[in-house]
Write a protein that binds this ligand. Structure first.
Ligand SMILES: *[C@@H]1O[C@H](CO)[C@@H](O)[C@H](O)[C@H]1NC(C)=O
Ligand SMILES: *[C@@H]1O[C@H](CO)[C@@H](O)[C@H](O)[C@H]1NC(C)=O
Ligand SMILES: *[C@@H]1O[C@H](CO)[C@@H](O)[C@H](O)[C@H]1NC(C)=O
Length: 196
């Protein structure tokens, strides 16, 4: 356990050009949210709590080999009879390998695009024409956290996951330094300052 605690993380954040522009695309939905929580990002059951279960699988250009995990998008369907102007806000928890749509949403997120009482009508579309843009995630009072995965095997293998990254940037690089046990002085000020 000591070893796992004695590491420092140095994170590099980046945002790509036009990440925040409005894009036009189509979205489909999964009939079960568990498909997404068991998604490629590996959040497992934690994902169900994210964002009220409004989850999405994103195409490789948005998934970015995992760097896009945890990114949030505002998505609204273009049929104003059925859908509200603000639409729904989703968080990426999976990779969408199907190239017909940019996103596959949890059905809850898909229905959340609809006007009150029209969720089922929107589901009937199957695939909806939408606009989307990247938005900051809102984790309420949670700061960026590092979770050590159970698959970690001391002393050679450390698996970690970053949770609750707000903002509109991605963590694109992480340097990990193992601190000599004799120098076990974690500067938590420095670690905590990475919250976004
Ligand atoms: C919106 O959806 C309804 C129900 O599917 C359909 O009757 C209507 O033509 C659609 N409107 C537009 C502008 O596509
Ligand atoms: C989507 O994938 C299918 C099957 O892999 C492929 O045949 C098709 O050309 C792809 N379409 C686009 C637009 O990339
Ligand atoms: C911890 O890190 C902060 C920010 O880098 C620095 O200002 C502070 O002096 C450090 N504290 C100790 C005890 O090293």
């Amino acid at each position: 356990m000591g070893l796992f605690l004695c590491v420092l993380f140095f994170l590099v954040f980046s945002a790509t050009a036009c990440d925040r522009c409005v894009h036009q695309t189509k979205v489909a939905y999964f009939s079960s949210a568990s498909a997404l929580s068991a998604g490629a990002c590996g959040y497992s059951s934690l994902a169900i709590d994210f964002n009220g279960g409004q989850l999405a699988a994103a195409v490789p250009s948005l998934y970015k080999d995992g760097a896009g995990c945890g990114a949030c998008f505002q998505i609204r369907c273009k049929n104003t009879t059925l859908c509200t102007e603000e639409g729904t806000r989703v968080i990426v928890t999976d990779l969408n390998r199907n190239n017909r749509t940019d996103f596959v949403l949890s059905s809850r997120a898909f229905m959340a695009m609809a006007h009150k009482g029209m969720g089922q009508n929107v589901l009937k579309l199957g695939i909806a024409d939408v606009e989307y843009k990247r938005v900051p995630c809102d984790y309420k009072n949670k700061n960026l956290a590092v979770r050590v995965e159970e698959s970690s095997q001391k002393p050679n293998y450390l698996a970690i996951k970053f949770l609750y990254q707000g903002g509109q940037t991605e963590i694109v690089a992480v340097d990990v330094a193992q601190v000599n046990r004799k120098l076990y002085h974690l500067n938590t000020t420095a670690i905590g300052s990475y919250e976004s």
